[in-house]
Design a protein around this ligand. Structure first.
Ligand SMILES: NC(=O)c1ccc[n+]([C@@H]2O[C@H](COP(=O)([O-])OP(=O)(O)OC[C@H]3O[C@@H](n4cnc5c(N)ncnc54)[C@H](O)[C@@H]3O)[C@@H](O)[C@H]2O)c1
Length: 333
């Protein structure tokens, strides 16, 4: 069996899960992990029996490495991705592709220029619920899609606690829904208007919640609601919905309760069973599927399920939402 040599850049929340999953895939030789924080990379490398690097440039020089998974914070995607392109390594880059349109453009161009294959980790495309909704919409089961609504709420102890004032609610959280909306509706967004509130998280200078209205090129409409300031007592990490109404029907995804309830002294909890649940010591879920699909596309020379151009479009819309908030205006695209 052909094994592909992979390195991971970033040993934080996501990078450590990417490394653990990759280390268990039969067609992967996980070579190393790089993080500026050497304590994090060393600890993870020791537990997985791989090399630890402080500087990812040194890891990119490893001949065995053909591909990298880049899991650094949202605002730092440009440099490691461009350097990986120049080193000729194929790339799985965590979402969003970049936090700035110029940077996103540079990343897409550098990948093409260096003939490097690049995909972005919009893992909800591999969530069976969204996948099935999209398949049904695509097959015409609900007729012509007229409107789409999405919701994504999470507790204040998640994103704001992890990223503080560097976190951006739209680029970090809502970019998932923007990508899903474009993928499900298969039409361009032409007009955007957004409103926000920042009271609970004012001290960090970030938004609590944002509501967005969308108008598509064919006249159909969309609405996005998202919030990352739910109280820490909220029983689950993700309270999400999607509802598509067409000329002949309706398709919806709706979950806060995840099919599993645990009640202890802290009250009810609805733990994640879809994105990265651990089963017999192995991380499964759609994150596992994302990495399996990345490796399968490289080993068996298949198309990536998410193209860099699609990810660029999602960031373009996310940035237009932020522009609407800043200018307090409708943004026409
Ligand atoms: N798909 C999802 O559902 C999901 C969920 C959470 C995070 N993410 C994405 O994953 C990425 C990482 O997020 P996170 O939560 O793991 O962040 P994190 O802060 O936990 O980890 C980021 C790590 O990158 C390291 N780092 C930063 N710059 C570096 C550099 N130049 N070289 C080496 N290491 C560097 C930091 O030291 C840190 O350890 C982000 O793009 C985020 O949006 C995706």
């Amino acid at each position: 069996m052909k094994k592909i040599g992979i390195g991971v850049i970033g040993a934080g929340f996501m990078g450590s899960m990417h490394a653990k999953i990759l280390n268990n895939l039969p067609n992967v030789n996980l070579v190393g992990i790089a993080d500026l924080n050497t304590a994090k990379s060393k600890e993870l490398a020791e537990s997985l029996g791989i090399k630890a690097f402080k500087d990812y440039h040194a890891m990119l020089k490893e001949k065995e490495i053909e591909a990298v998974s880049i899991c650094v914070s949202d605002n730092n995607h440009l440099k490691p991705t461009v350097d990986a392109c120049k080193a000729g390594k194929h790339i799985l880059l965590e979402k969003p592709i970049a936090s700035d349109l110029e940077e996103a453009e540079t990343i897409v161009k550098e990948a093409k220029k260096n003939k490097v294959r690049l995909t972005v980790g919009h893992l909800l495309r591999l969530d069976p619920r969204y996948y099935s909704l999209r398949k049904n919409v695509d097959s015409g089961k609900i007729g012509y899609p007229l409107s789409i609504f999405t919701q994504r709420n999470s507790p204040i102890t998640d994103g704001p606690a992890r990223y503080g004032s560097k976190g951006n609610l739209t680029l970090h959280v809502a970019v998932h829904d923007v990508d899903l909306i474009l993928w499900v509706m298969q039409k361009k967004i032409r007009r955007i208007y957004a409103e926000h509130v920042s009271i609970a998280l004012k001290k960090l200078n970030i938004e609590d919640a944002i509501f967005v209205t969308l108008k598509f090129e064919d006249g159909s409409i969309g609405s996005m609601h998202y919030n990352w300031a739910l109280p820490k007592s909220f029983p689950t990490h993700i309270d999400a919905k999607m509802q598509v109404i067409g000329t002949k029907g309706y398709a919806s995804v709706d979950f806060a309760e995840q099919g599993l309830t645990i009640c202890g002294e802290e009250g009810y909890q609805w733990p994640d069973v879809i994105h990265w649940p651990e089963i017999n010591g192995i991380i499964k879920g759609d994150l596992h599927e994302e990495l399996v699909s990345f490796v399968d596309a490289l080993v068996n020379k298949k198309e990536f399920i998410i193209t860099a151009d699609e990810s660029f479009e999602a960031v373009k819309i996310a940035l237009a939402i932020n522009e609407s908030l800043k200018k307090e205006k409708v943004i026409n695209l």
